[in-house]
Design a protein around this ligand. Structure first.
Ligand SMILES: [Zn+2]
Length: 462
């Protein structure tokens, strides 16, 4: 069989791998958006109508964002994923569709109706997301599912995000059995809300993400202790606003849950906490729908307090008008808004107004890709937001304590479940090239010799 790397090859985003069995049966593993500055106009270098099956590791846009386009361009099969991944993916893709349709309307208005269809290629709308969602079939974690004779799929929990999985494919062709392990994004242990990643059984081939292939999570501090210190400094000692740019799905829930724990322990000052994102509110409901997937501590907290996220002083901000009104609130407060990389969303308005304020603190909690305003914020004294150059006078703090990705140690642990002698090849994906090269050396030092760093479009015979 053949494996071709169509995305997240020598870069972090756009996960998309095509596995072709000997009889011609084609399986696409993940179908993500390329969020990097190199994004190309055409999302597919193959014919979507020839794909037989799609497997989805988890809901994040860089793994799921091109699924509606795949259907628009002729795919007629199903998408297999876990039930929680379906719920979160539908939410994320609808949000993406809504952003795209607003952008198209703005473009049509600006270009005075002279828009041509090529200007809006690769754009999908809510109806496309709904049509795609109808084609999803859900499979519970750790259930060995027979897709067809000689093809079994198992979704194995990997932490990282509600519903997120590593996928084990077992294929029997011409009397020969081969197994392939695809990591989605590998989560970390002791992460707020989520269960620890589970081990992937031994495989012949391993596809491994390397987002933090050369990083070590330095802090051994508990997330709640860290957050309590920051809140004390930003909102009581200075005192001012604490603004946290955070992705609405996953990261915001970790933050709200941690703040809830602090509130229960009476370790928070009496200040308002604004969760300024309708999508975050919808995601929190989905997290509460899937309690059995969460860790024991979260289940315990829920059974005592009847909510994971709702607590005194938390204000869930829905409408745009309510969001605007936060600007007039002059007391110390915490504002959590998306997006985490400041590429869009309500966070832009909050930062445009507050970055010149030396009494304000910005806490960066997630990965920021090069070229994004989030990346610039950590390095520049002025950044451009909504067409205006805004001076950065606020205090900028960055932490990886809420990162949903395993660091080098966690990635190595993921690989070490595999027997170096049985494993025929490890392919490194979903990372910056330097990170992949560095992690390749680490793997070699640990006795894993057959490590490849595929280029986009590179094909390997398995
Ligand atoms: Zn992810």
């Amino acid at each position: 069989m053949k494996l071709t790397f169509w995305g997240a090859a020598r870069q972090v985003t756009g996960s998309m791998y095509l596995l072709e069995m000997n009889g011609g049966y084609k399986i696409l593993i993940d179908c993500g958006s390329d969020l990097s500055k190199n994004r190309s106009a055409a999302p597919f270098s193959f014919n979507p109508s020839e794909i037989n099956l799609v497997l989805l590791t988890h809901a994040h846009l860089d793994h799921s964002g091109n699924i509606p386009n795949l259907f628009i361009q002729g795919y007629k099969g199903q998408v297999l994923c876990t039930p929680a991944t379906l719920s979160l993916t539908e939410l994320i893709l609808k949000d993406c569709a809504s952003i795209q349709s607003k952008a198209v309307k703005r473009k049509i208005k600006k270009e005075k109706h002279k828009i041509i269809s090529s200007n809006i290629s690769n754009v999908y709308f809510e109806k496309h997301v709904e049509e795609a969602a109808d084609r999803f079939v859900t499979i519970n974690f750790n259930k060995r599912f027979e897709v067809k004779k000689g093809l079994h799929v198992t979704f194995i929990p990997t932490g990282h995000l509600l519903g997120a999985a590593n996928i084990l494919l077992e294929i029997e062709e011409n009397g020969e059995k081969k197994s392939i392990g695809f990591s989605g994004d590998i989560g970390r242990k002791n992460y707020p809300l989520l269960q620890d990643p589970q081990r992937l059984s031994e495989a012949d081939y391993l596809i491994c993400e390397t987002t933090y292939g050369m990083r070590k999570h330095v802090s051994a501090e508990k997330p709640e202790d860290f957050l309590q210190k920051i809140v004390q400094k930003a909102c009581v000692d200075i005192p001012g606003r604490l603004i946290i740019p955070a992705f609405s799905v996953g990261r915001t829930q970790s933050l709200l849950y941690t703040l809830h724990k602090l509130a229960i322990q009476k370790k928070l000052p009496p200040i308002k906490i604004f969760a300024d994102s309708p999508m975050a509110i919808a995601s929190t409901r989905i997290y509460e729908e899937f309690l059995p997937l969460l860790n024991a501590e979260a289940n315990d907290l829920y059974s005592k307090h009847k909510s994971l996220f709702d607590f005194e002083n938390l204000v869930q901000v829905n409408t745009f008008k309510e969001s605007k009104a936060i600007s007039d609130y002059n007391e110390p407060c915490i504002i959590i808004a998306s997006s985490g990389m400041i590429t869009g969303g309500r966070i832009k308005d909050h930062l445009k107004k507050n970055l010149p304020n030396p009494y304000c603190t910005i806490l960066m909690v997630g990965y920021v890709a090069e070229g994004t305003p989030g990346y610039q914020l950590l390095r520049q004294k002025t950044i451009e937001i909504k067409g205006r150059n805004v001076p950065v006078m606020a205090n900028i703090i960055t932490t990886d304590i809420f990162s949903g990705h395993a660091d080098q140690e966690g990635l190595l642990e993921f690989v070490k479940y595999q027997d170096g002698k049985k494993l025929k090849k490890i392919f490194l994906v979903h990372g910056e090239y330097e990170s992949m090269e560095g992690f390749k050396k680490v793997l070699e030092e640990n006795g894993y010799d057959h490590v490849e760093i595929p280029r986009k479009g590179e094909m390997f015979e398995l």
